[in-house]
Design a protein around this ligand. Structure first.
Ligand code: UDP
Ligand code: MG
Length: 346
């Protein structure tokens, strides 16, 4: 057993005061930079801590880089998910296995600067349960990202009436009570930046400058952004269902007006020229019906997923579990490592 394993399996070690949860998906370029910036900050906090890197099914060298970092950094714990489950699910996985009295979540790409952490912990001393990191400016984001993000937050606010902080992403420090409350939620497609404010726990916020991604490319293509928006809206509001009812009513009124027009046209003998309006009406009503069906489908789909109660992620490997039981499970995450060590011994 190497010294690190012995240290980690020591039962007197107890729970760390702070857990730092970081979702990681194909971040091989960023991880060494992250360790360089995060470690001095974490070591300087004067508290015991653990860093949980949740490897969200990366298919690049991230697992290898993480294992390499772990050899030098005993507080680093690697939790690997079996498949890519998405940013929010990866954070949920991290929250589920975090042991700290306080838990902070931040992105791996250094857009959430670790240097703000002491300020967040200081804000926590005011007796609050949540400290949100709020982006003071988004000048580092692309114009499209800024525009879509603004529309996104505004839409959620209007639809759900939640008091989510505008421009608060997933850089957030939470108390154990908050994390326990989140872990106990039965929701599957939870979007934490709206779920946490909805708990209504006392909160504070700390402003920070959102830097550019330190390396690599964004893992949030448009399709993932749309999915996040749909999860946010359907998770918090039935307003779209009501909108469907109103659209249906509006369509009904239009149809009545058209009926009146058709009757008059028939009485006057102008029945043939009505072709255009008929086509328009059929196409219009059809479109509204399809839209309403789609909205219904979004909710039914989520109810279905909820009934199935399938987990949104599967944990394949947890470095803490495998070291504390003294056995290292053969995992896909270890495979590249073994391949690497084989190469090194050649
Ligand atoms: N991420 C993840 N799973 C995914 C997509 C992203 O764990 O399917 C992680 C990613 O590694 C990063 C964080 O979520 O740490 C935020 O992703 P990204 O920086 O690509 O998003 P953006 O800042 O562009 O919105
Ligand atoms: Mg980012």
């Amino acid at each position: 057993m190497d010294p690190l394993d012995r240290a980690l399996s020591d039962p007197t070690l107890g729970r760390p005061e702070l857990s730092i949860v970081i979702p990681v998906f194909n971040e091989e370029d960023v991880l060494p930079l992250l360790a360089l910036r995060l470690r001095p900050v974490a070591d300087g906090l004067g508290r015991s801590y653990e860093v949980i890197a949740v490897d969200d099914g990366s298919n690049d060298q991230s697992p290898v880089v993480l294992q390499r970092l772990r050899r030098e950094w005993p507080q680093l714990r690697v939790v690997r998910l079996r498949a890519n489950a998405g940013h929010q699910a990866a954070i949920s996985a991290g929250l589920a296995c975090a042991r700290g009295d306080y838990v902070v979540t931040l992105d791996a790409d250094l857009q959430d600067p670790p240097e703000v952490l002491p300020e967040m912990l200081a804000a926590m001393r005011g007796g609050v349960d949540v400290v949100y990191g709020v982006r003071s400016d988004r000048s580092s984001d692309s114009a499209f990202k800024r525009l879509s993000a603004r529309a996104f937050y505004r839409l959620i606010r209007i639809l759900s009436g939640t008091h989510a902080q505008v421009d608060a992403g997933d850089y957030r420090l939470m108390s154990r009570a908050t994390v326990d409350a989140i872990n106990a939620l039965p929701e599957h497609h939870r979007v934490l930046r709206f779920v946490v404010p909805a708990l209504g726990f006392p909160s504070a916020s700390v402003a920070y400058h959102r830097d550019e991604r330190a390396a690599g490319r964004s893992k949030y293509p448009l399709s993932k952004m749309i999915r996040l928006s749909l999860d946010s809206v359907t998770g918090f509001s039935t307003a779209p269902l009501r909108a469907a009812t109103w659209l249906g009513l509006l369509g009904g009124v239009g149809a009545l007006a058209l009926l009146g027009y058709a009757l008059v046209a028939m009485a006057v003998g102008h029945t043939l020229p009505g072709w255009t309006s008929t086509v328009v009406a059929v196409a219009g009503v059809g479109a509204v019906q399809l839209l309403c069906l789609g909205i219904l489908g979004e909710y039914v789909g989520r109810m279905y997923a909820h009934l199935q109660a399938r987990p949104t992620y599967f944990v394949a490997y947890d470095s803490l579990a495998s070291t504390s039981t003294g056995q290292r499970s053969a995992t896909p995450a270890d495979e590249p490592l073994r391949a690497e060590s084989r190469r090194a011994s050649l």
